[in-house]
Design a protein around this ligand. Structure first.
Ligand code: XLS
Ligand code: NI
Ligand code: NI
Length: 437
C-alpha cells in the first residue's frame, strides 16, 4: 500500500524536552502509571466523522480543507479512498482504537438495500485495515440525524415508519459493529428531542425511545454481540431540547425504562458544558451510579455557545477527567475518544496530527498529574476528614439506619446546638492542585 503522507513519520515519545511538533512530549504508551501502562489507562480512539468527513464547512461557508485523498472523488469511490487514509493517520498516531457512524464510512444509498450493500463493501475494507494495523473498533453507531427522514427524530419521530427505518439502520449498524469486533455501541440522540412542545407528545416519544433501545438490546443478544451499550448525553443542538440532556437525565430515563443494566454513559466534555455542567460533574454523576463508560474527549469555547468540538488542551480539564476515571476504577470497555475537529482555518493534513498529538499529550499529563495527586494523598485525606463526623457516633448510627427524626430531635434538644462547622478550604485545595499542574 502506498503512503499518502510519506513526509509524516510515525509519532513517537521524545519526552518533555523535545521541540519536535510531531512527537509526544508526555504520552509514553508503555510507561507504567498506577500499575498499568498509559496506553491501557487512556485507550485513545480517533473518530472517522471529524477526521475523514470534516472539511471545515460551517453555516456561513463551504469546505476549506479538501484532503488530497478526496480530490475528484464522490460517492462510494470517495468512501473507499478514505479508508486507507484514515488508517494511515490512525496508525501513525499510534491510536489503538477508532469509532464511526454507518453513514460516515459509507454513503447514503437511494434505498435501505443500497445503503446496506455499500456499508458491506466498506466494512470489508475496514476489516482488512484493522487486521493490517491491529487497530480496534471502540464503538460503532448509526447516523440517525442527517437524512431528511429524521427531521422529527428517529426513535422519537412522530412518524412510525421513520422509527421502523431507524430500527433497520441500527440493526445493520449492530451487525457491522459486531463483525468488526466492536467493544461498544453508542446511541447519541441526534434529533431525539423537540423544537416546540406545541406539537410534541413527550411521554409517547419517550416510551418509543425506551422501546427502541430494548429492541436494540434484544437484537444484540440474538446475534451474540457482547459489547457495551452507551448513551451519550447532550442537552441541545440540533434540537432545542434533547431528551438525553445530561448524565442525570439519562440515568433517570434508563432506570424508568428498565435499561440501566444494559447501558453506561459516553460523556462528552462539550456536551457537559452545553448542559451547564463541568465534565467533572458529569463524570461524578455517572461514576456514582456505576455507569461511567467512555469519554468523548473535546472541549468547547467559553465565548461561543455551541458544540465547537475543539481538541482538549486544558490540563485542569484532563486532570479532572483522569482523577474521576481513576477514582471509579478506570476505563474498561470505554476509551478517550477524540470526538474533536480541527478549526476551519486548519486546512492541512498536518493539522490533524498536531491536534491529536496535543490531545493525547494533554490527557497523558492529566493522567500523570492525577496519579501524583492520588499518591500524595492530601486531597483524599482532606475529603475523608471532612466527613469524619459520619465515621463514628451519631453519624455512623444515621448511616446504619438506626436513627429517626424523633431520636435526632431528642439528641439535639439535649445538646442545644450542633458542633461548629469547619472551613471548606476551597482556596487551600485550589493551591494544592496547582502544586501538581
Ligand atoms: C454530536 C455527538 C456525536 C456522537 C456520535 O454532538 O458528539 O458526534 O458522538 O453520534
Ligand atoms: Ni460525541
Ligand atoms: Ni458533540
Amino acid at each position: 500500500m502506498s503512503e499518502l503522507l510519506p513526509h509524516i513519520r510515525p509519532v513517537t515519545y521524545e519526552g518533555p524536552k523535545s521541540k519536535n511538533p510531531f512527537a509526544f512530549k508526555h504520552y509514553n504508551p508503555g510507561e507504567i502509571v498506577e500499575g498499568k501502562t498509559m496506553a491501557a489507562h487512556l485507550r485513545f480512539s480517533i473518530v472517522y466523522w471529524h477526521t475523514m468527513c470534516g472539511q471545515g464547512a460551517d453555516m456561513f461557508g463551504g469546505p476549506t480543507a479538501i484532503r488530497p485523498w478526496d480530490a475528484g472523488l464522490s460517492g462510494l469511490d470517495l468512501a473507499k479512498a478514505r479508508v486507507p487514509a484514515f488508517f494511515e493517520i490512525a496508525e501513525k498516531l499510534g491510536m489503538p482504537y477508532y469509532a464511526f457512524h454507518d453513514r460516515d464510512v459509507a454513503p447514503h444509498g437511494q434505498t435501505l438495500r443500497e445503503s446496506n450493500a455499500w456499508l458491506d463493501t466498506i466494512t470489508a475494507l475496514l476489516k482488512e485495515q484493522q487486521q493490517r494495523t491491529g487497530i480496534k473498533l471502540l464503538w460503532g453507531t448509526a447516523q440517525l440525524f442527517v437524512h431528511p427522514r429524521y427531521m422529527h427524530g428517529a426513535a422519537t419521530s412522530c412518524n412510525a415508519e421513520t422509527f421502523a427505518f431507524a430500527a433497520a439502520q441500527v440493526k445493520k449498524a449492530l451487525e457491522v459493529t459486531h463483525e468488526l469486533g466492536g467493544e461498544g455501541y453508542t446511541f447519541w440522540g441526534g434529533r431525539e428531542g423537540y423544537s416546540t412542545l406545541w406539537n410534541t407528545d413527550m411521554k409517547r416519544e419517550l416510551d418509543h425511545l425506551g422501546r427502541f433501545l430494548h429492541m436494540a438490546v434484544d437484537y444484540a443478544k440474538s446475534i451474540g454481540f457482547k459489547g457495551q451499550f452507551y448513551i451519550e448525553p447532550k442537552p441541545k443542538e440540533p434540537t432545542k431540547h434533547q431528551y438525553d440532556s445530561d448524565a442525570a437525565a439519562c440515568l433517570n430515563f434508563l432506570r424508568e425504562y428498565d435499561l440501566l443494566p444494559h447501558f453506561k454513559l459516553n460523556l462528552e466534555t462539550n456536551h457537559a458544558t452545553l448542559a451547564g455542567h463541568s465534565m467533572q460533574h458529569e463524570m461524578e454523576v455517572a461514576g456514582a451510579a456505576n455507569a461511567l463508560g467512555s469519554m468523548d474527549a473535546n472541549t468547547g469555547d467559553l465565548l461561543l455557545g455551541w458544540d465547537t468540538d475543539q481538541f482538549p488542551t486544558d490540563i485542569y480539564l484532563t486532570t479532572q477527567c483522569m482523577l474521576s476515571t481513576l477514582k471509579y476504577g478506570g476505563l474498561t470497555t470505554g476509551g478517550v475518544n477524540f470526538d474533536s475537529k480541527v478549526r476551519r482555518e486548519s486546512i492541512d493534513p498536518e493539522d490533524l496530527f498536531h491536534a491529536h498529538i496535543g490531545g493525547m499529550d494533554a490527557f497523558a499529563r492529566g493522567l500523570k498529574i492525577a496519579a501524583a495527586i492520588r499518591a500524595d494523598g492530601r486531597l483524599a485525606d482532606f475529603v475523608k476528614n471532612r466527613y469524619a463526623s459520619w465515621d463514628s457516633g451519631i453519624g455512623a448510627s444515621i448511616e446504619a439506619g438506626r436513627e429517626s427524626f424523633a431520636s435526632l430531635e431528642k439528641l439535639m434538644l439535649e445538646k442545644g446546638e450542633a458542633v461548629a462547622c469547619q472551613s471548606g478550604r476551597q482556596e487551600f485545595l485550589e493551591n494544592l492542585i496547582n502544586e501538581f499542574i
